[in-house]
Design a protein around this ligand. Structure first.
Ligand code: ADP
Ligand code: MG
Length: 324
């Protein structure tokens, strides 16, 4: 069982940023309006994510860290209509298998909350606690019992860059949520929940880039696209800055990327890529997100329709750009 848990953990938890992604998704599913992320030594020593969401009751804490236990799906049919970021019920269990995990939580109006500590998958402490509403997840000494993974981690600056890229994307995607990202006591990113995506773009890419970004907008029955894409003059030498969110979830999709690039047609020089951030919303029943444990890939029921919508939306933005 312990081996199986570690193998499952290996699929979900590759590095500190994968832990943070799962914890932030949980906070968003909990309808938090404030999410604070702190790291120590780029997440290798410490990751802490605190939110003011719906919390977990004292009684349900053990369930939250159990494998394949999710509160987000009630029936098998729900799997074809996923409206939350999590649904596999394995993130907390997987993280707990390869770290020391402390979960402190309290639902609003509950008499008391609770605290549970799990080390290498084994529960060490489980007790009631008087804590403010919301949830704090603390992950210490990630991969202390998986030396191979530990060796595979990059230097702190590289791991931190991945975390920064993740949180700034989620901050733009959820502009009404306040995010704060703190590395070793220093605030890297802070947003205020004003709902202004361009303002948040500016905190990451700078005011100049944020101002130049073209607005993308397309509304169709059951399909909408919002976001930003850069004018031809503003390109980069790698495609890392092309981002897609589908129904609020950051996904990596080669076909979507090539649809976007085709919209630029011959305007892009070889080896140059736009900065793009597109938020695609469609009927959850037409997207299969249960393709991979990290949920970073999706399958569309009508891929051609989605790709063509992306192309039209981006072409329109490019045509509307001011000349000169
Ligand atoms: P999943 O998100 O797929 O359901 P997780 O392992 O990530 O699985 O979380 C297990 C369960 O713990 C969730 O279904 C949810 O009920 C609870 N949970 C986890 N994090 C939070 C949080 N930040 N706020 C409220 N509930 C949470
Ligand atoms: Mg989850």
């Amino acid at each position: 069982e312990e081996v199986a848990a570690k193998i499952a953990a290996g699929e979900v938890v590759e590095r500190p940023v994968s832990v943070i992604k799962e914890l932030v998704e949980n906070a968003l599913d909990a309808k938090a309006t404030e999410i604070i992320i702190e790291t120590g030594e780029a997440g290798k020593r410490l990751i802490e994510v605190a939110d003011n969401g719906c919390g977990i009751s004292y009684e349900e804490l053990p369930l939250a860290i159990a494998r394949f236990a999710t509160s987000k799906l009630k029936t098998a049919e729900d799997l074809f209509n996923i409206r939350t970021l999590g649904f596999r019920g394995e993130a907390l269990a997987s993280i707990a298998a390869v770290s020391r995990l402390t979960l402190i939580s309290c639902p609003p109006h509950a008499e008391h909350g609770g605290k549970i500590v799990v080390q290498g998958g084994k529960v060490e402490t489980y007790e009631p606690a008087g804590v403010p509403p919301g949830t704090v997840v603390r992950v210490e000494d990630l991969f202390y019992n998986v030396p191979a993974r530990l060796k595979f981690l990059k230097q702190d600056s590289t791991e931190r860059n991945l975390i920064n890229a993740l949180i700034s994307r989620y901050a733009v995607a959820y502009p009404e949520v306040r995010f704060r990202l703190v590395h070793d006591g220093k605030v890297f990113l802070q947003t205020y929940g004003h709902g202004d995506r361009r303002e948040i773009l500016a905190t990451y890419y700078g005011v100049d880039v944020a101002r130049q970004m073209l607005e993308v907008i397309l509304e169709e029955p059951d399909l909408s696209i919002q976001g930003f894409t850069s004018p031809i003059a503003l390109t980069r030498s790698n495609r890392r800055d092309i981002t897609f969110f589908v129904n609020g979830r950051w996904i990596q999709d080669v076909a979507l990327t090539s649809a976007l690039l085709q919209a630029y047609h011959t305007m892009l020089m070889v080896g140059r890529y736009p900065i793009s951030m597109l938020f695609i919303w469609l009927d959850p029943e037409t997207v299969d997100v249960n393709v991979h444990p990290t949920k970073a890939e999706v399958r569309f029921r009508q891929p051609e329709r989605v790709f063509s919508a992306v192309q039209r939306a981006v072409r329109r933005a490019l045509l509307a750009q001011p000349v000169g």
